[in-house]
Design a protein around this ligand. Structure first.
Ligand SMILES: [Zn+2]
Length: 314
């Protein structure tokens, strides 16, 4: 059985022909040009699906389904995208529009859910029944996979792990609430705290690394300086890990999954991040006598979007 997976982003669109094991057989990409009307973008997505099918030696009508990962809120049940900030979409009838061009089932879901599904089929969480995927990027996205299927809740808006409130009256979030997990566990949080820290401690290695301009601080600079034991960077990093661990422990306490997978830009910190997070989580788990979720790094990298989207059709 073959599937097409589409990874729709604000800048680029990638698509691939994928087999039932999550192996990509052909792939292609194009620029999104997000300023265009959604109808034009969707027409191009359909054309890209035809192209990757042809490259794989089949027709779109031969695939079982087309799955699409979207960087926003999706309603998989109606196929409508209520909100996608990157594309400026509100209430876009995505599946209905795609079906004008493609006579196969079309399934949409959130990009973090899709990446989580990819890992659960062909990545680090393969073989697990229950897994939670957390993307640590500009924001924090979440994907919950239960019995091999993505869980989106009763209204399609579940698994918004980034907006789980971890601190009452905490930092203001882009969603309008305060104290959301992503205010503490995103790359944005590292940058915010590092800027505050270097204002008080301009002697930090972070300042030298960003050329004396705190506007140029990014998460990688801070994490690199923490790895090199710069005390200011280390404090920022340790606080970050604590915030991340609070959210992870809340997920463990609610869902008790087999595995929690960390992806997104911050996860490139690798073992340095993983060891610190595991240690912090260990301190916070509620029932210490019982085993708890493994914490691992995502393995599939940039292909996860295509593979996971394709697997929505399984
Ligand atoms: Zn929020």
């Amino acid at each position: 059985m073959l599937y097409i997976g589409v990874d729709l982003g604000g800048t680029g669109i990638k698509a691939g022909l994928v087999n039932e094991k999550g192996k990509i057989l052909a792939k292609g990409s194009m620029l999104t040009h997000a300023e265009r009307p959604y109808q034009a973008i969707i027409a191009d997505i359909a054309a890209l699906c035809n192209k990757v099918a042809a490259e794989g030696g089949v027709k779109v009508s031969d695939v079982a389904a087309v799955g699409v990962g979207v960087p926003g809120i999706c309603d998989p049940k109606t196929g409508i995208i209520p909100m996608c900030t990157n594309l400026g979409w509100h209430g876009v009838p995505f599946v209905q529009e795609m079906r004008k061009y493609i006579d196969r089932p079309v399934i949409v879901d959130n990009d973090a859910t899709v990446a989580g599904l990819a890992e659960a089929v062909a990545g680090v969480s393969a073989g697990s029944q229950t897994s939670v995927f957390i993307t640590l990027g500009t924001g924090v996205g979440g994907g919950i996979i239960i019995n091999g299927r993505p869980f989106s809740g009763a209204h399609g808006v579940g698994s918004e792990i980034g907006h789980m409130i971890v601190k009452m009256d905490g930092e203001l979030c882009t969603c309008g609430n305060r104290g959301c997990f992503e205010r503490y566990a995103s790359a944005t949080a590292i940058i915010r705290e590092a800027r505050i820290a270097v204002a008080a401690h301009p002697e930090s290695a972070i300042m030298a690394r960003c050329g004396g301009n705190p506007e140029k601080i990014n998460a990688k600079i801070v994490i690199d300086c923490a790895k090199e034991a710069d005390p200011v960077a280390k404090r920022v990093f340790d606080e970050y890990v604590k915030g991340l661990a609070y959210g992870i422990v809340s997920i463990i306490n609610i869902l008790d999954p087999e595995i929690i997978v960390l992806g997104g830009g911050v996860s490139n910190a690798g073992k340095f991040l993983l060891d610190s997070v595991r240690e912090e989580v260990e301190k916070l788990v509620f029932i210490k006598a019982m085993p708890h979720a493994l914490i691992e790094l995502a393995r599939l990298g940039s292909d996860a979007g295509i593979i996971g989207a394709a697997m929505l059709g399984r």
